[in-house]
Design a protein around this ligand. Structure first.
Ligand code: ADP
Length: 194
């Protein structure tokens, strides 16, 4: 199993790179942002609570996210080759829960950290906001998302760095260049595990 955690600031290209990884390596894609937006669309009570948090740029509480991930892992097909985790874990508590959930299933995960300069992500998100229809792609909310990223999610990268399951990716340039770095790392990991 090749489980990949894509970490990076909002607008760093996690979604785009996830799709490229999924296509080449045949993995499943879990975008927690997409799962949460689906819940909002369903109009459920939970969706309404989530909507308030997301549209202000804040995180959904850990226990809710951990529940979603546990359910997702239980529903993976038997022939699953691995998962790209896009947007999870975003807190150290979520990382610890994921580690336990994966270990229980005899798996582990590697983190790829997409590093993109702050003015570049701001530019990308404001541009995306013109067409995405996402309530959180506006200047004030992006500022808050970046603040949360630095304060709460960055420590997750250090968590994986300490466990030697960490690779840094330069995501400032075009998507092909970014993917070429990711591809080399994943190919190397696959070869080493044969
Ligand atoms: P981005 O990375 O551009 O912020 P996402 O689609 O990954 O976009 O996430 C959108 C929002 O969904 C986040 O700002 C947060 O409010 C919520 N969210 C997504 N994943 C998580 C998570 N693992 N824990 C808590 N909240 C999350």
């Amino acid at each position: 199993m090749l489980n990949v955690i894509l970490c990076g600031a909002p607008g760093s290209g996690k979604g785009t790179q996830s799709e490229l990884i999924v296509e080449k390596y045949g993995l499943q894609h879990l975008s927690t942002g997409d799962v949460l937006r689906e819940e909002i669309k369903s109009g459920s009570e939970l969706g309404k609570e989530i909507d308030v948090l997301i549209s202000k740029g804040n995180l959904v509480p850990d226990h809710k996210m951990i529940h979603i991930i546990a359910h997702y892992l239980d529903s993976l097909p038997g022939d699953c080759k691995g998962v790209v985790f896009d947007g999870y874990p975003r807190t150290v508590e979520q990382a610890e829960a994921l580690k336990m959930m994966l270990e229980r299933r005899g798996m582990n995960a590697v983190m790829l950290d997409l590093q993109v300069d702050e003015d570049e992500v701001m530019k990308r998100l404001l541009n995306r906001g013109k067409t995405s229809g996402r309530a959180d792609d506006n200047y004030e909310t992006i500022k808050q998302r970046l603040k949360v990223y630095h304060e709460v999610t960055k420590p997750v990268c250090e968590y994986y760095l300490k466990k030697h399951n960490y690779f840094s990716i330069n995501g400032n340039y075009n998507m092909d260049y970014t993917f070429s770095q990711i591809d080399s790392i994943l190919t190397m990991i696959q070869q080493a595990s044969k």
